[in-house]
Write a protein that binds this ligand. Structure first.
Ligand SMILES: [Fe+2]
Length: 501
């Protein structure tokens, strides 16, 4: 019997579901824009077997992918587990064989594979589409290709052997000018190694450039950003070591004494030109965008001054600080013509924001105007009597105008918690910001998941898709059009049984 009461952090809205799902012709409030022909993919987690330890990171949860397929104003929903070797091994054993977050020393000896830590991946972090293929991503392993229509797991992919790193970031970037995908793996040659290998993949899916560099210290390196000239990698705060893993700890601990390093190197170089700029301790789990301005590199990101995650302990035993975990929108300026190894950091606005910001992806690596993200707006109501107690409710999408500092906000509801949004341009030639925001919200009162579509110019809701059940929250989500993926118009599988005449 599966017992989620021991070691299972999930309860209430977050209790395990343990089923896959198909919903055809979803219930809709409002009118779905008929221009929307594509799918909104969410990758996150859903425990099949509970974790073995209560102190484990939620990032050990089994990978789970879902899609909302839009066509002719109608929406179909689908959800499937991502069938990694770990998931299948657990099903065969009918129990959890794997230990704590990215630590194979804590796995059952039958599945340790210390020289191949990627075999313990749960593939639970992000979707990405490129060269007509859909992948699920987790930064401790190479990507898993997924069928964009059925969401069945097609298996790991190493670009015909040309992608050599053992790992692959959950945040590759697609250059809107060239169509190239920039992807990378840190700890590229095994557990706790300081190798960062960076790849450029052509729009046809061929690896066309590789760069191998070393990092100042082994850290998360969860996200990066690019300009038309440069690749930019933040290294910050989190530390690990083989000794730490052998002692049975989670992969990361936070060290408040570690400086932040930003590595900047030419996209077309061999990595020997990399410069590491040094700044105060901070966390940069996610970036927003970057661009070149003469000899300067401008980088925007939501940044905190300390550990964002309470489940990753500090190295000195100090308690987690909610204040140091708060993110603000910040702009960093790097002067590539200067010999100095420092940079300027400016807080664009003091408001506390969620660090899952997005832009109109047609402006990635280029000068741009709008940042889209989320926040817990304290001026909005929260109905605790109906929704229950939650320590943080993300109730608002916002658009931040970098040209004048103006905010435009959308409030989802008083019993809801929003997840990461995507921006969809109204057409390929629409100006920046003309389109929709799309994303899901947890409705705690009705115990169901809802998807909202918001006009990105007016920040007014256009439609809401209602699922008749709750789906556990995603980590990351993305919209892809039917031009980017080979999506079928017939999501309902054909009936193969007897037909009454
Ligand atoms: Fe992420």
């Amino acid at each position: 019997m599966v017992d989620f009461t021991k070691g299972g952090p999930a309860s209430g809205y977050f209790a395990p579901l343990r089923y896959e799902a198909d919903v055809y012709d979803c219930e809709v409030e409002g009118v779905i824009p008929r221009e929307l022909d594509g799918a909104f993919y969410r990758v996150g987690g859903e425990y099949f077997y509970p974790p073995i330890r209560e102190d484990d990171s939620p990032f050990s949860i089994d990978g789970f992918i879902s899609s909302f397929r839009f066509k002719n104003g109608i929406v179909d929903f689908k959800a499937r587990w991502i069938k990694t070797p770990r998931f299948l091994n657990n099903l065969a054993a009918r129990k959890q064989l794997y230990g704590v977050y990215r630590n194979p020393f804590t796995h059952d000896p039958s599945v340790q594979h210390l020289d191949k830590p990627y075999l313990g991946t749960v593939m639970n972090t992000a979707p990405i589409a490129h060269h007509g293929k859909l992948y699920a991503l987790k930064e401790d392993a190479q990507p898993f290709e997924m069928d964009p229509n059925t969401l069945e797991t097609l298996g790991p992919w190493n670009f015909n052997g040309a992608y050599k790193a053992q790992t692959f970031s959950a945040h590759p970037k697609v250059d809107p000018v060239t169509g190239d995908m920039i992807c990378y793996g840190y700890e590229a040659t095994g557990l706790c190694t300081d190798d960062l290998w960076i790849y450029t993949v052509s729009p046809k899916g061929k690896v066309k450039h590789e760069i191998r560099i070393k990092v100042p210290y082994v850290s998360t390196l969860h996200d990066m950003v690019l300009t038309q000239k440069y690749l930019i990698f933040p290294v910050y705060g989190y530390v690990t070591s083989i000794e730490r893993l052998k002692a049975g700890h989670l992969h990361w601990a936070w060290d408040q004494t570690k400086p932040t390093y930003w590595g900047i190197l030419r996209r077309d170089g061999d990595g020997k030109d990399v410069r590491w700029f040094k700044g105060p301790t901070s966390s940069v789990m996610h970036t927003i965008n970057a661009y070149d301005e003469g000899d300067k590199v401008i980088v925007d990101a939501p940044i905190s001054d300390g550990n964002p995650f309470p489940f990753f302990p500090s190295v000195d035993g100090s308690p987690w600080s909610p204040k140091l975990a708060q993110h603000t929108l910040r702009r960093l300026t790097f002067d590539m013509s200067s010999k100095a190894d420092t940079y300027q950091e400016k807080i664009l606005d003091p408001q506390d924001v969620v660090d899952l910001a997005r832009v109109d992806d047609r402006f990635l690596s280029l000068p741009y105007k709008y940042v889209y993200s989320m926040m817990a707006d304290p001026t909005k109501p929260y109905d605790a009597a109906r929704a229950g107690a939650n320590n943080r409710v993300v109730n608002t999408y916002f658009r931040y105008d970098l040209s004048n500092g103006q905010w435009l906000k959308y409030f989802v509801g008083d019993v809801h918690n929003l997840q990461e949004l995507s921006f969809i341009p109204r057409s390929a030639t629409a100006p920046e910001g003309d389109g929709w925001l799309i994303g899901t919200a947890s409705n705690y009162a009705e115990m169901r998941t809802e998807l909202v579509i918001v006009d990105a110019l007016t920040m007014q809701e256009q439609a809401r898709v209602i699922l008749p059940f709750r789906m556990t929250p995603q980590v990351h989500a993305r919209w892809y059009s039917a031009q980017e993926l080979p999506l079928t118009d017939k999501p309902m599988p054909p009936y193969k049984g007897r037909v009454q005449s």
